[in-house]
Design a protein around this ligand. Structure first.
Ligand code: GUN
Length: 300
């Protein structure tokens, strides 16, 4: 079997289009413009690229973008003061504090200082708890993007066997909760899991989020399975010339694509969905803050 390639880039464009249409309606019918504030502490180049892309796509969707760039040695109390100001600013509906934060800052403290209804990352302990108990919450962007791709491909996930490889708070755990909420039978695998290959081979839905380049091989994949690769790893690519690198996922794409029914590529799979879902969450937050119906198809 040769797997169908799931085009996350095209799907993300559709989501962004839906977001843009909803923003246009919010402006026309209610005079509301959703606003997203992104806070970046320090000069990590990868984070700066993310933040720039987020800002550009926010504006392209017709929303307001607020960027707060703070120096790496910003005291924690100053960062908390910025978050507090954004919490009470009525033009800000979504707040994202870019992670990782410098070592002298307590990440959990800062995340939990964000007003839960503005926590478009879905990392606040209240949102984690709401998702874990199957209640309405803000849902982390990457797992939400994966869920949209899975629902699009499979329709109902009910009764499917799902294996999530990786137990991070950002992807693995919320992904498992979302799959469970859609009535899949879910197992989380991690570095201590025994015979992880055999476990993965039981999965109708295999989500890889471990950050280990090309760890999951074709013979770990059940024939016909849907494989979602969340990993983005930069590896050396001497075949492209000296000092060159390339991006790969956590799945060995070439061998897995021989066995799977459908698979996301890296790049161009899950990655573009993350920012699209961030925009969707910002619109959702704006609607909730104003007692308006939520955008259909853009929430979990
Ligand atoms: N750093 C890498 N990914 C993310 C994300 O999804 N949200 C935040 N806040 N920081 C990140």
């Amino acid at each position: 079997m040769t797997a169908e390639k799931i085009d996350g880039k095209a799907f993300a464009e559709v989501v962004r289009q839906q977001v843009t249409e909803h923003v246009t309606k919010l402006k026309a019918d209610h005079g509301l413009t959703p606003g997203l504030a992104v806070v970046l502490v320090g000069e990590d180049p990868a984070s700066e690229v993310y933040v720039r892309n987020k800002g550009r796509q926010t504006v392209e969707a017709g929303m307001q973008s607020f960027e707060h760039k703070l120096p790496a040695d910003t005291p924690q109390s100053d960062l908390l003061a910025v978050v507090e100001r954004l919490n009470t600013d009525p033009s800000v509906h979504g707040i994202l504090v870019q992670l990782p934060l410098p070592d002298h800052i307590d990440e959990a403290l800062v995340i939990n200082a964000i007003a839960p209804e503005k926590d478009v990352d879905g990392f606040h302990i209240s949102n984690v708890g709401l998702l874990g108990t199957g209640q309405k919450s803000m849902v982390p962007c990457t797992p939400l993007g994966c869920l949209m791709l899975l629902r699009d491909r499979l329709g109902s996930l009910s009764g499917k066997s799902a294996v999530v490889v990786g137990r991070s708070n950002i992807v693995g755990k919320p992904m498992a909760n979302l799959l469970l909420r859609d009535s899949a039978t879910v197992t989380i695998a991690h570095s201590r899991t025994k015979d992880i290959e055999a476990l993965c081979r039981t999965a109708d839905i295999l989500v890889a989020a471990v950050g280990r380049p090309e760890m999951i091989k074709g013979d770990w994949v059940k024939p016909g399975a849907v494989v979602i690769d969340v990993g983005i790893n930069r590896i050396d690519a001497p075949e492209r010339g000296e000092g060159k690198t390339r991006l790969v996922g956590d799945v060995d794409y070439a061998s897995a694509a021989e066995v799977a029914g459908a698979i996301t590529p890296v790049p161009g799979g899950v990655g573009p969905m993350t920012i699209a879902c961030l925009l969707a969450n910002t619109v959702t937050a704006c609607c909730r803050a104003n007692g308006l119906p939520e955008p259909e198809g853009l929430t979990a």
